[in-house]
Design a protein around this ligand. Structure first.
Ligand SMILES: Nc1ncnc2c1ncn2[C@@H]1O[C@H](COP(=O)(O)OP(=O)(O)OP(=O)(O)O)[C@@H](O)[C@H]1O
Ligand SMILES: [Mg+2]
Length: 486
């Protein structure tokens, strides 16, 4: 009897030669058969392999199209997989997250696999890289980036559930992780004049800690939240999704603090635009088109920024007429593009750039609202005018809680009476409530404040008395009254 093991080489040999013959004929067919038949055969082979392969595959590429536009879905999936890939995958890579300078995000390394389970169904995620053929004769300063992708593989019987429910779950979770990793930024244009530079925005201000009447605070919060949810409304009425706020009031009343509280409430970035560093309207336009969605564009002390106040403009126009110059030389100056002008700024507020996708808040602050050109502050440009004023008792209570963790104290009564009569800014109240040494307790801080308020009150009384005295006619030095002519 023939030993079956001894016969193996013969079997392998026959199989090998049959395979070679099939490959040979397949190749011949592909090369020499008419194109229609070739296409038909290719289709058939895909159908056969699809029939035999029970798995469905979905690819998510890092870049879209030939323009290498980053594909948002890729980074969302990457964030999602960072959750469980560290548990299952063996080869991981650590990268700085795009939005958080102090956190590493772990994700699957190239050509690694991980599994995920959803509603009792197992899916497989595979990471890979598109092989780019080498271009021997080409040389570029900008080499093409690596085109990575993720592939999701699952059994075809779950296709509906995966494409409808699971992918939605991946996007939702991935976005949540991205938001958690995201650090907000404070952009400024002051240093390298024509470009934004940024630092991490970590201002602790919150509306809860803002000294302000509760009702007014709630109204502002409501206004801000309504704005963020009004994407469809703005689209329907054909308006760019933006809202202008004018914050005005004396120094130290919390204008800048409120901007930080707004950014924290909405989770927005802040662009602090220093207008005096902007060369001209063109540069202003460029800087603004570079701002991202979900941001607050701030111009502080707008009354001090360039030639933008109504009074200054009027004064200038007046002097021009006086010196016989033609009207419209202001226009010439604007056109020469030497400086940012009022019209440049108005274009920025309601010009075409503002149609950039995504929501934006524009906030101007000033100490002197009356000085501003009405064109700048009219509704539609500055939709909401918010006055931040001197500290009232309600505001003091917020500060007392912030600084001293006190909700009530016998000395509050004295503060309540004094604060009604004295103009004191929240900044000054805060300064008094701040313990200056470890020995100073809440009571000492309240006494400090009472002392400051009393001093301010007596100063105010002296000032008023002086003013009244000045108004009264001085009998000693007054010129002798002329007798009426007869
Ligand atoms: N309404 C407020 N609530 C809580 N803290 C406040 C308030 N106003 C001022 N402060 C405190 O005073 C400091 C100065 O306030 P802020 O810089 O916001 O004033 P501002 O109105 O922007 O002043 P300026 O007009 O000079 O820019 C802040 O750091 C904050 O601690
Ligand atoms: Mg300020």
């Amino acid at each position: 009897m023939m030993n079956p093991v001894m016969n193996m080489p013969g079997t392998w040999g026959t199989m090998g030669s049959t395979l070679l013959t099939v490959i040979f004929f397949w190749d011949m067919l592909r090369r020499y058969c008419p194109p229609e038949l070739r296409r038909y055969l290719e289709k058939c082979s895909i159908r056969v392999s699809q029939f035999l392969n029970p798995y469905v595959q979905i690819s998510i590429h890092e870049y879209l199209g030939s323009h290498l536009r980053p594909h948002e879905a890729y980074s969302i999936v990457e964030a999602y997989l960072s959750l469980n890939s560290s548990k299952h995958a063996k080869r991981l890579k650590a990268e700085m997250t795009k939005d958080n300078d102090s956190k590493l995000m772990l994700s699957m390394d190239e050509y690694e696999k991980t599994t995920d389970e959803f509603n009792g169904v197992q899916v497989k995620w595979i990471s890979g890289k598109v092989a780019t053929p080498p271009r021997p004769m080409s040389f570029s300063y900008f080499p093409e980036p690596e085109k990575r992708y993720y592939k999701l593989k699952f059994h075809k019987q779950y296709k509906e559930m995966i494409t409808e429910t699971y992918l939605e779950h991946v996007i939702k979770k991935g976005k949540e992780i991205q938001a958690r990793n995201r650090q907000r930024k404070l952009y400024t244009n002051g240093h390298s004049k024509s470009y934004w530079s940024h630092i991490v925005f970590e201002h602790p201000a919150k509306f809860e800690t803002l000294a302000m009447e509760e009702e007014k605070k709630e109204e502002i919060i409501e206004d801000l939240l309504t704005f963020t949810k009004s994407k469809d409304f703005y689209a329907r009425i054909g308006k760019a999704w933006k809202r202008g706020y004018l914050l005005y009031g004396p120094p130290g009343t919390g204008k800048s603090t409120m901007i930080a509280a707004m950014a924290n409430l909405l989770d927005y970035d802040v662009y602090d635009l220093e207008l005096t560093s902007v060369k001209d309207n063109t540069e202003l336009r460029r800087l603004l088109t570079e701002t991202t969605a979900k941001s607050i564009i701030v111009i502080e002390d707008i009354d001090c920024s360039l030639d933008l106040t109504g009074q200054r403009t009027k004064r200038k126009e007046k002097s021009e007429t006086e010196s016989g110059k033609k009207e419209g030389s202001r226009k010439e100056k604007e056109e020469s593009g030497s400086k940012v002008t009022l019209s440049g700024l108005l274009n920025f507020i309601d010009g075409l750039w503002s149609a950039c996708a995504g929501e934006r808040l524009i906030v101007f602050t000033t100490n002197y609202v009356d000085k501003l050109d009405p064109a700048l502050t009219r509704r539609g440009r500055m939709d909401k005018h918010i006055e931040l004023s001197y500290c009232k008792y309600e505001g003091f209570k917020v500060l007392a809680y912030n600084y001293l963790e006190l909700e009530a104290h016998p000395l509050f009564q004295s503060v309540a009476e004094l604060i009604k009569e004295v103009d004191i800014t929240p900044a000054d109240v805060a300064e008094n409530l701040m313990p200056k040494s470890a020995k100073e307790g809440p009571e000492e801080c309240l006494l400090n404040l009472i002392h400051t308020l009393e001093e301010a009150k007596s100063r105010q009384i002296t000032k008023c008395t002086q003013e009244l005295k000045d108004k009264e006619p001085n009998h000693d030095t007054a010129a002798p009254q002329q007798k009426p002519e007869i």
